[in-house]
Design a protein around this ligand. Sequence first.
Ligand SMILES: CC(C)(COP(=O)(O)OP(=O)(O)OC[C@H]1O[C@@H](n2cnc3c(N)ncnc32)[C@H](O)[C@@H]1OP(=O)(O)O)[C@@H](O)C(=O)NCCC(=O)NCCS
Length: 150
Amino acid sequence: MAEEYSLAGDARYRPALGDFAAYVRGLLGGARVVGLSPGGVPFSTFWLASGRYPIGRSSLRHYLTPELEDEGGHIGYDIRPSERLKGYGKLILRLTLAEARKRGLRRALLTCDADNFASAKVIEWNGGRLREQAVSKRSGKLISRYWIEL
Ligand SMILES: CC(C)(COP(=O)(O)OP(=O)(O)OC[C@H]1O[C@@H](n2cnc3c(N)ncnc32)[C@H](O)[C@@H]1OP(=O)(O)O)[C@@H](O)C(=O)NCCC(=O)NCCS
């Protein structure tokens, strides 16, 4: 999976290409607040898989900071390039929202680049209501903020 992302020019799984065990330990530590970066929040990681074949991953942040309220929100997700356009994006967000509900969250904030049409569709399909658009302090790009009632 990490190789596939790299070949598609996406560096997000590059850390997994080196020491995979350390990569997984880092994700597990995220949920236990171990070794979080300054300003980081605890998060849970979920994998969408068919048997042992990983299809996608999502992160559920346990609470928001002002920075995450600005951009990032409660949930991030991605589907491996070869499995996109098959409905898995909608599915992984639906399943992650169910996990958020189990944790007691009553509504979830989702953000995405305004030109990320696939992600906007995934969010709206899952009940996301556009709250506002703003310019990202990180990228300078237009971003959309949505709330989903749980
Ligand atoms: C966003 C992402 C998770 C969508 O995954 P996916 O499995 O392709 O999504 P789905 O198959 O559920 O498609 C959802 C909708 O988006 C549409 N869509 C998918 N890719 C699209 C694209 N590149 N352009 C326009 N629409 C697109 C689909 O046709 C579908 O529309 P429909 O409801 O009218 O049928 C995936 O593109 C991805 O991993 N992107 C990189 C990471 C990312 O952007 N994550 C979100 C951060 S906010």
